[in-house]
Ligand binder design. Structure first.
Ligand code: ATP
Length: 254
């Protein structure tokens, strides 16, 4: 692994809100053997923002999410709280509030809903666990109704709620949500949507949201990056991007 590019400046990008960077990628490049998945990504996430990373299948969204949380080797730079991710242990990133809710959900299928949730805060103090559990059950009452049910017997949408709930149990500062709406029925999508709104109202955090569902990402994001074939091809606020002909025609149905 090499980290050959260091940002020269901490100045926010033209479309950023001028706050402090929690996360910054500079010329970030990732390959799987001969397959190049990220071709020099520049992206920043400021404290308190929801950043949408949108793009079609295979654009590199999951690769980006996995790289910044320390799962993959990279070239270029990826920093969390100003420190290079490659130089940190994953567990330290978690301790410092970076919690990743993966596309695959990674639930423990033969364990109960509540046990899955409690595992999400195993690095936190007992009183934090109690307080988080109350918050998560309040956010997704269906999880409380089913707290003794095995995770694997929950519906796809309920499992997604559980995965998000478990991530919230870790008391995140930066929550990485990798394609949370993938394959979900509209009614569950509304529950997830309301959940995100309530998190930001009641206990605001920073969120990196990767999504193929452009409408969902536009609804929740302060700024968005459009990734195609491993490159950022557009970035801006939802309003700026709604005015972009290419985005309208290719992603927002004209
Ligand atoms: P999706 O929305 O379908 O999940 P994505 O935008 O998240 O797509 P990635 O999963 O990051 O995209 O994939 C980016 C590219 O890297 C694709 O060409 C994919 O085939 C390739 N890729 C991803 N994982 C691997 C791997 N483990 N080995 C080889 N190539 C991979």
């Amino acid at each position: 692994m090499s980290t050959d590019t260091t940002p020269d400046t901490d100045e926010p990008t033209s479309t950023s809100g001028g706050g402090d960077d929690l996360l910054r990628a500079t010329d970030l490049r990732v390959s799987y053997g001969q397959v190049t998945a990220l071709r020099g990504i520049d992206l920043n996430v400021e404290e308190g923002e929801i950043i949408g990373l949108i793009g079609p299948n295979g654009a590199g969204k999951t690769t980006f999410a996995n790289t910044i949380s320390g799962f993959l080797d990279y070239d270029g730079s990826a920093t969390y709280r100003g420190e290079e991710v490659a130089e940190r242990e994953q567990i330290d990133l978690v301790e410092e509030g970076m919690i990743h809710c993966t596309e695959k959900r990674d639930l423990f299928g033969f364990m109960s809903v509540e046990d899955n949730l409690e595992l999400g805060s195993y690095r936190r103090a007992e009183d934090v666990m109690e307080e988080r559990l109350e918050f998560v059950y309040d956010l997704f009452p269906r999880l409380e109704e089913r707290k003794n049910q095995n995770a694997r017997s929950m519906s796809g949408g309920e499992q997604q709620m559980l995965a998000i709930g478990r991530a919230l149990m870790g008391d995140p500062d930066l929550l990485i949500l990798d394609e949370p709406t993938l394959g979900l029925a509209p009614v569950i999508l509304d529950d997830i949507s309301r959940g995100i709104d309530r998190i930001m109202e009641e206990d605001p955090i920073t969120i990196l949201l990767t999504e193929q569902n452009v409408t969902f990402a536009f609804k929740h994001s302060d700024r968005l990056y459009l990734l195609e074939n491993g490159e950022v091809v557009r970035t801006g606020t939802p309003n700026e991007l709604k005015g972009d002909d290419y985005i309208r025609e290719s992603y927002l149905g004209g």
